[in-house]
Design a protein around this ligand. Sequence first.
Ligand code: GUN
Length: 176
Amino acid sequence: MSAAASEAEALIRTLQLQPHPEGGFFRRTHEDTRLVPNPFATATDDDDDDATRLASTSIHYLLTPASPVGHWHRNKALTYHFLHRGRGRYRLLHPDGRLEEYVVGPDVESGERIMWVVEGGVWKTSAVEDGDGLLLISEVVVPGFEFRDHEFLDWESLVRLVGEQKAAELGRFLKK
Ligand code: GUN
């Protein structure tokens, strides 16, 4: 087993991480249980259960050699990200079709980011940057994470946003 693979196994065990539906592994580490009005509720919403959100939720998130991709998805809430270990590449697709790409890692002198923010409504995919590496981060979602605010990207929407040619390249990060 590679050094990164055994480091990843140890992290999964020590931090008690579970498989994440987006790919990779995670554990919720904190909830601010104060309730705030759901800012994403529409005037026509009469679903009382959906009226509030936790003020914030936090997770550890790990990409590994065996599960190296966080697949295309978006959240209505804003997410703060903080690097702990390793190096990753983020690809973001903005609602206007603009593609943004950057590397997160420890080498701030070379422009790598140790903290990055993804606004609500922006499509996101992440991948381990080094062939056989890992990426360990924390995320804080504000207001708190809810699956009904979460959506995976599909092929048709990707094509609509970036066209066939670019979609052929970015489609490898779609959840199957
Ligand atoms: N992504 C960011 N935060 C969370 C969370 O709390 N739970 C899940 N399942 N995914 C997340």
